[in-house]
Unconditional design. Structure first.
Length: 230
């Protein structure tokens, strides 16, 4: 998968990926699978994949040279793989599962991947991880809704480390603190759940919703947690 440029699209795999920073030992590498939000939906063509780093999320933050954390081989030693869907992630679960299985068998991935997503991508994290919890070492949904059928999802994820991020002032009220799933995870016995509320005014022309992605994916605490779980 790795090529001459750190980040690029692969229409063959229908993914956008970013190699680890220069100087990172490997392969294999700890790997993050990122599920994009609503505005980056597409058919996996080269043109459609190029929208992924322009929307809110990890690929966008990697593309910013000022985000030095994401260019540091010790602090961010991750291969990042971002598949694309034309609709909701709940309709693409089998496709993503096959991609993860292919990645795991490729020799590029160390251990089990880490799964994260923003907005509708966070909804996909809940759906995918609860369907196949053994595929992932940890999960991190940001600005997600409380999932439907929350009790069986919480039971399926009782043994998985989880980082949940949100803003209380998100413009989308259903994407603020997901209280129901947080409570259900505790009742299911999951003691490895980190809940992080992001605060602070966004820059001009940024919505508070999209700014969650900027805050989460540039959070050094989050990557320290991921390195521990990888």
């Amino acid at each position: 998968m790795p090529g001459d440029r750190r980040c690029q699209g692969s229409a063959d795999l229908a993914v956008w990926w970013c190699d680890p920073p220069t100087g990172t030992a490997g392969p294999p590498w700890p790997t993050i699978v990122f599920l994009h939000g609503f505005g980056e939906r597409g058919d996996g063509s080269s043109e459609a994949l190029a929208t992924i780093p322009r929307g809110g999320g990890l690929p966008r933050e990697i593309a910013q040279p000022e985000n030095q954390l994401l260019h540091h081989p010790r602090l961010f030693p991750f291969l990042v793989v971002a598949p694309q869907t034309t609709g909701l992630w709940e309709q693409a679960l089998v496709t993503v599962e096959k991609l993860v299985e292919r990645l795991t068998a490729s020799g590029f991935v160390r251990g089990r991947p880490l799964l994260t997503g923003f907005s509708i991508g966070a909804d996909g994290v809940w759906a995918l991880a609860s369907r196949q919890p053994s595929l992932f070492a940890a999960i991190a949904p940001f600005a997600g809704e409380d999932p439907p059928n929350v009790e069986p999802i919480a039971r399926a994820l009782a043994g998985i480390p989880i980082w949940i991020g949100y803003r209380s002032d998100d413009e989308h009220p259903r994407r603020t603190r997901p209280r129901t799933v947080i409570r259900a995870l505790a009742e299911a016995g999951n003691t490895d759940v980190k809940v992080c509320e992001y605060v602070g005014a966004p820059p001009p022309k940024w919505s508070r919703h999209v700014y969650v992605a900027r805050q989460a994916y540039t959070d050094s605490r989050f990557y320290a947690w991921l390195r521990e779980k990888a």
